[in-house]
Write a protein that binds this ligand. Structure first.
Ligand SMILES: Cc1ncc(COP(=O)(O)O)c(C=O)c1O
Length: 427
């Protein structure tokens, strides 16, 4: 049997440190919301492969659809010989788009590819170059998406020069002293100081920041962005790579906000564990790029498209939108109970949109001073307890919960019990 320690030593020797890992254990097998390491230890999975597994590990319906596709063909390159699963998935997503039809959809492989291509499409459609993004936002690790990502460490350090024409404005987080008004003022300053609105192709925003700390964009901000875009011919891109696919109780988080974007990027839970990403946008905008300007050898893999079709069925049949809302409410209630105990580490800012739930660790009760060290302690204790847990946030101060929405109540309860233990002060 392989041991975690042996594999860790081999990993360190063979793989660069630039790809970090949250845990020193190695996966052996997984089922729905449980995962076992190579030494047979079981973990409840509150990380969901960073939001990829809203439908759980190896959902039987998704596995069946994938197996059926594997038996037919695994790759042609869509540009060489197209196939129905891609077309059918595009049709279904077009019908579900969070804006007025007609829509069109194109597929890629990673979240970064989707966000990068959304910008290419916006540039082609507007004939403009500049992009406005937000501090704390995360859009990927390719050159363009890294430039749009609003966090220097660890994403940008050592990788300059960054592509030009990307501008950042502050994302509003009330307890860090930034309001919606501050964000809008910053856009106004930007238009005066750095770039005229007529040169801006797109504003890109995560409706709920993922890596940035599970902060939902206030409705007033989203509505003001829509207005600024409409007044200036700018396209609004919502990056739903992490917040999409039922996580927040809607297929797309922007549906909570009463705003229609022009382009939506998606990935992660779109294909239930298979690599697939996509951009759905207004048909006129999506058709702006020249034939051959968009795509990729593996983009829209038939196996991943078959999986994604099954994901859409599972979301509907298992009522995962409703489940996300109910789970979110329950998790927030349990977290509030844990926070109220006087023998737990100081917690603050319990929040969530549906099942996209997080809270912060702070230096003392009642304070909002972030405590990233405490967060690291909690995630490592949780691992010892048999719970996979991820942090996030500008200061690494937040614990985020991305548990599969298919988890049953008993296992969710057990997982929250492990989290409670990890949060309890040592005697
Ligand atoms: C909102 C958002 N956009 C883009 C990405 C990049 O996705 P990928 O890592 O698949 O390139 C992520 C990944 O976490 C994300 O959360």
């Amino acid at each position: 049997m392989n041991s975690n320690a042996d594999l860790l030593a081999r990993r360190r020797a063979a793989i660069p440190r630039g790809v970090s890992v949250a845990t020193p254990v190695f996966a052996d097998r997984a089922e729905n919301a449980e995962i076992w390491d190579v030494e047979g230890k079981r973990y409840i999975d509150f990380a969901g492969g960073i939001g990829v597994l809203n439908t759980g590990h190896r959902h039987p319906k998704i596995m069946k659809a994938v197996e059926a596709q594997l038996a037919r063909f695994t790759h042609t390159a869509f540009q060489v010989m197209a196939y129905e699963p891609y077309v059918e998935l595009a049709e279904r997503l077009n019908a579900l788009a969070p804006f007025k039809p007609p829509a069109k959809t194109i597929f890629f492989t990673t979240g970064a590819e989707a966000t990068e291509n959304a910008v290419k499409i916006a540039r082609a459609a507007t004939g403009r170059s500049a992009v406005i993004a937000f501090t704390g936002g995360f859009h990927g690790r390719t050159l363009l998406t890294m430039a749009m990502t609003g966090k220097v460490l660890p994403y940008k350090k050592l990788f300059a020069p960054l592509p030009p024409e990307i501008y950042h404005v502050p994302f509003p987080i009330a307890h860090y002293g930034t309001s919606v008004e501050d964000s809008l003022k910053a856009i106004n300053f930007l238009f005066k100081a750095d770039v005229e609105p007529g040169r801006v192709a797109a504003i890109i925003i995560e409706p709920v920041q993922g890596e940035g700390g599970f902060h939902a964009a206030p409705k007033e901000l989203m509505q003001a962005l829509r207005r600024i875009c409409d007044e200036n011919g700018i396209l609004l891109i919502v990056d739903e790579v992490q917040s999409g696919f039922a996580r927040t109780g809607k297929l797309f988080a922007v549906e909570h906000m009463g705003v229609e974007p022009d382009l939506v990027t998606m990935a992660k839970s779109l294909a239930g564990g298979f690599p697939l990403s996509g951009v759905t946008g207004r048909a006129d905008v999506m058709d702006a790029a020249e034939p051959g300007g968009l795509g990729g050898t593996y983009a829209g893999s038939p196996v991943a498209c078959a999986a994604a079709l099954a994901v859409l069925d599972v979301i509907e049949e298992e009522k995962l939108l409703e489940r996300s809302l109910a789970m979110g409410e329950w998790m927030q209630k349990r977290l509030a109970e844990i926070a109220a105990r006087n023998d737990t580490l100081p917690m603050a800012g319990i929040r969530g949109l549906g099942g996209m739930v997080a809270f912060d660790l702070v230096t003392s009760r009642g304070s909002r001073d972030p405590d990233g060290q405490a967060t690291m302690l909690v995630t490592s204790r949780a691992l010892d307890e048999g719970l996979l847990l991820l942090s996030c946030g500008i200061y690494g101060e937040s614990i985020r919960i991305l548990v599969p929405l298919t988890i049953d109540d008993a296992l969710l309860h057990e997982g929250l019990g492990k989290l409670e233990k990890a949060l309890t002060r040592s005697p």
